[in-house]
Structures are given as C-alpha cells and as structure tokens.
Design a binder for this molecule. Structure first.
Ligand code: NAD
Length: 510
C-alpha cells in the first residue's frame, strides 16, 4: 500500500467559497480539519457558516444530529499558520495568483513535516509553476474542485512535471473517499474541463459575430441537443468578464493558438459593462432573460410524388418512420441505404443532414437548386418539437423555403433558420468539442474516459466528447471540421491528428 491520506489531518488555506466547501467535504469524510484565512476573522466566520450548513443537513435528514455535531466538531479555525498541528495534507484555495500560492507553499514547507502533501485548488495556474521553488516539488499536486464543492462530483487531480506519481495516486484515492469522481489530468492550460469547454462558447460567439442567428435561437438548438443551458444564457450566468478572462488565459497560455482566440463580440460586451445577470444585461436583459423564440406556423407539406430516405442508421430510420406517417404521402417512402448522404429527397429537392458544408456548397456539389441542410438532432429519441437549425441554399425557390421548413416541422422538429453557416450550430459545436478532447488525449492531458467523465460531471454535459465520437464516427467529425477549415481557413478548425488516427476504429453512424 502506498501513500494513504484517508485519515490525514487536513489544513485548508483560504476560507472563501471553495475553501469552506472543501473543509465541509473533508470533515464529512471523517478528517480533522483546520481552516486558515489571511483575512482576520474570515476562517472563524466560515466555520460559523458551516454550523448553519450542518444544521440544515440535520434538519433535512441528510445527517443524524449526532453525525452533524461530530462532523462540525472536526472543523476548527486557526488564526495563524503556525497554529496548525499534525497536518498531513494541505488543500490551498486562496486567491488565484501564482506568487501568492508559491509563497504560501514555501512558507508551509518551512512549518510542516517533510511528508505532508500539498494540494492546490487552482483553476488556471500551472501546477508545475506553483511547485517551482519548493524543496520537495514532488509533494505538490492539483486538486481541482468545482463549485459548489459539496454538490459537484468532479475532482481533477492535476500532475505537474515534478509531481510524484504516488502523491497523485493518493489524492485520486482520497477523492474517491470524499465521494467524488476523480480524474487524472496533466498540468496544461485549462486542465480538462476548462480547455475542452472552450468551443461551447467560442462557436456560438463566432456564429453571433457573423450574424448567423439570434442568441436565443442558438441557445434553443444546443439545449435541444441535451445541454442544460445554452451558451449565451450560460455566459450571462458565469459573467462575461469571468468567461472572457478564462478564454484569454487559455489563449495566452497556448502561445496565442488561433484555436482559442477570444471573441471580439465578448471583448466589446466586457468593455461596455454588459456582464450578464450580475450587471442586468448581457445577451439578454434581466430579470426577463431570453426573449421567446420566433414562432412560425408551418404549413402541412404539399403532397409529393416521390420521397426517398437517404442513408442508414438511427437518424435515417427516424426520418423514414416520420415520413411514412405523413398523411400527405399516402404511402411509405423509398429507402436508399447506400446513399452518400442522410436525409430526404422530396420530388427532387433535398433535405440533407449537415456534413459541415454550407447549403450553398451542398447544392452546388449535388447539382440541385432546392437544398436545405439541417443540424444533427443529437438527442435520441428526439423529443417532440425539438429545436433544430437549418439553412436553405441561396438558389432555392421560395416554395422550397416554405416546404423545407414544413417538412422539418412535420418530421417533429421546431425548425429554426440560420444564415448559411458551415456545420450549423450543434454539429459545429460538437465537432469542435470532440476535436479539443482528441487533442487533449493526443497530448497526454487525460484519457478519453477521463474527458467524458470530466465534461459530464464538471459542466453537466449530456454526454462526453468521446461518447459523441463513438456515435457520430470519426469520418463524419473530420468531415465537419474540414468543411469549417475550408470555409474559414487558418488554424482554428485544424483536425487533431488523434482523430485522423482514430478514423478506422471509430466508425459510428448518426
Ligand atoms: P474567494 O475569494 O471566495 O476566497 C479566497 C480566500 O482566500 C479569501 O477568503 C481570501 O481572504 C483568502 N486568501 C487570499 N490570499 C491568501 C493567503 N495568501 N493566505 C491565506 N488566505 C488567503 O475565492 P474562491 O472562489 O474560493 O477561489 C479560491 C481558489 O479556488 C482560487 O484559486 C480559484 O481559482 C479556485 N477555484 C475557484 C472556483 C470557483 O468557482 N470560485 C472553482 C474552482 C477553483
């Protein structure tokens, strides 16, 4: 048995929102916890507040009165670091500044035994950099909790270049003992969650910048894909200043890699004080929030002479079932399972699942004027009336504009028209989330399973990037990314070499 911290007396430094949560979780796992804050009285105040928290847990039946009293009794505040006694694990949750964290750990190294483990809750600073200057840098590891600590299951266990593997392993085991789901990560900008999540915001900001759709339309489409909050309402909640700062720090730390470039639109909002909920105005005005979606009354599709369902797999089956039920047809649609595309051909006009090409490009390649591309309806079974983005080729007739929306509505979607942007919104965003996950794995930041767990537990994604990849298939994801790359040029949409290597093993079907 290696290093075991499950009985270790814990010192939590920093009694703010994170430190108080960490102290609570450690005490609930049975540790004796000492809490220190530089601001006089802050640690004692935090302990008082924890009393209310435990009283609440007892009142709600989550803890017995005896457990509540015993758990609270394990937490003490200390007024000076020198008062710390018997500490075997420090969890630091102070201000997010490299110099402050470095000097704290150097001070602790002088005060504590040589075998005490140092964990930092930093969300953005290099763990390797924090350890620089320690006599025993191998003892320092990242233990990145998510807010609110007692509720969020994920802990990123972040190893710097010098972190001892036994220390990372002991923190991983400790995470489990604290009823969390730990994942190993390498110290790189944004670790796992804050790195892989960037495109969720960035692709919507890019679409807004080129006026592809209104914020509430993009939010609705991504929520229909299973995300709990759309990117616009989420940025409004986080605060544009905070979200922009994280994006900037990941961009800077990656030596201005264009993949992480911040948005001019968000810079302008921050400069103007449109910070979201906290300032009363972001993408939306508060307290009202997002305005209602455009409601259009769609016609029943006109009777068609011939309808063919193209493609194979669950989405083609779904389209076939829905098209077969359309009374206007009177008979079931034909199937072309060998087709190179997925969608419907209706009397020569084409309703095509996006493969990343614009509707204009698709129409030109197919040599058909009446083409509509629609987004990936990723949540399956597709909930009735799920928002779905679509774009119509510029050369299409007015009648096909009306008909393609009518068909999408009759197939059970709530069609929302976007400008003719490559990859629309869900396909584009998911392809970029998968690509970022693939690059993280390529660079040894985490395993695919760790990335999936991190995104589901750290930011409540409906699925992890590698789960989407398995369903969708590497060829389709690469196709969307190559279309984006072709449309925009530059580094942003370059395909991760990991994805190209995964191509033969991850086949998938929409
Ligand atoms: P906070 O401002 O609520 O609390 C920080 C506390 O640390 C304050 O009480 C402050 O007085 C104290 N402090 C500052 N410098 C100190 C020092 N040198 N010695 C002792 N105490 C000191 O901040 P927070 O939101 O709890 O964040 C703390 C850390 O956790 C940061 O590194 C942050 O990046 C990270 N983090 C925050 C979140 C979040 O959502 N808030 C999530 C994950 C990680």
């Amino acid at each position: 048995m290696g290093l075991d911290l499950r009985q270790a007396p814990v010192l939590v430094v920093g009694a703010g929102i994170m430190g108080a949560g960490i102290a609570q979780v450690a005490a609930q796992a049975g540790h004796a916890v000492q809490l220190f804050d530089m601001r006089p009285g802050a640690a004692a105040d935090a302990v008082d507040k924890l009393k209310t928290v435990f009283d609440g847990l007892v009142a709600r039946g989550k803890l017995s009165a005896i457990e509540g009293k015993a758990t609270f009794g394990r937490i003490t505040s200390i007024a000076a670091l020198d008062d710390a006694r018997g500490v075997k694990l420090v969890v630091e949750a102070i201000v997010e500044k490299l110099e402050a964290k470095r000097s704290l750990f150097q001070q602790l190294e002088a005060l504590l035994e040589d075998d005490a483990v140092f964990a930092t809750n930093t969300s953005s600073i290099s763990v390797t950099a924090i350890a620089n200057g320690l006599r025993y840098p191998g003892r320092l590891v990242g233990m990145h909790f998510f807010n609110p600590v007692p509720l969020m299951k994920l802990v990123e266990v972040v190893s710097g270049l010098q972190t001892d593997s036994s220390v990372a392993a002991a923190i991983f085991e400790l995470g489990k003992a604290w009823s969390k789901v730990p994942v190993h990560a390498k110290s790189t900008p944004g670790f796992i969650v804050n790195r892989i999540a960037r495109p969720y915001y960035a692709e919507t900001l890019a679409l807004l910048l080129e006026q592809a759709a209104a914020p509430q339309v993009l939010d609705a489409c991504l929520k229909a894909a299973g995300f709990r909050m759309g990117p616009c309402e989420l940025m409004d909640l986080i605060g544009h200043d905070t979200n922009f700062a994280v994006t900037n720090s990941v961009y800077d730390a990656n030596f201005f890699d264009k993949r992480f470039v911040p948005s001019l639109l968000q810079a302008e909002m921050v400069a103007g004080g449109l910070l979201g909920r906290k300032s009363g105005r972001g993408f939306y005005a508060y307290p009202q929030g997002a305005p209602a979606l455009p409601t259009a009354v769609h016609k029943v599709p006109a009777a068609a002479h011939g309808v063919t369902v193209h493609g194979d797999g669950p989405l083609a089956d779904l389209l076939a079932a829905a098209a077969g039920q359309l009374a206007a047809q009177g008979c079931g649609p034909a199937r072309d399972r060998e087709s190179t595309w997925t969608g419907l051909c209706i009397d020569g006009a084409c309703l095509v699942l996006t493969d990343g090409r614009t509707a204009r490009q698709t129409a030109s390649d197919m040599r058909v004027a009446n083409v509509t591309v629609f987004d990936w309806p990723v949540a399956q079974p597709v909930p009735a009336g799920a928002a779905l983005a679509y774009a119509v080729a510029p050369g299409a007739t007015e009648a096909w504009h009306t008909q393609s929306a009518a068909w999408l509505a009759a197939l059970g979607f709530h069609p929302l028209q976007l400008a003719d942007a490559p990859g629309l919104v869900v396909a584009r965003t998911l392809a970029m989330l998968i690509n970022e996950g693939a690059d993280a794995v390529l660079q040894g930041v985490c395993s695919p399973d760790a990335a999936d767990a991190a995104m589901k537990l750290g930011v409540n994604y409906p699925a992890g990037p590698f789960e989407w990849l398995t369903r969708w298939g590497a060829p389709a994801v690469i196709g969307v990314l190559e279309s984006l790359d072709g449309a925009y040029r530059g580094e942003r949409y370059r395909v991760s070499p990991w994805l190209r290597a995964a191509r033969p093993i991850v086949g998938g079907s929409a």
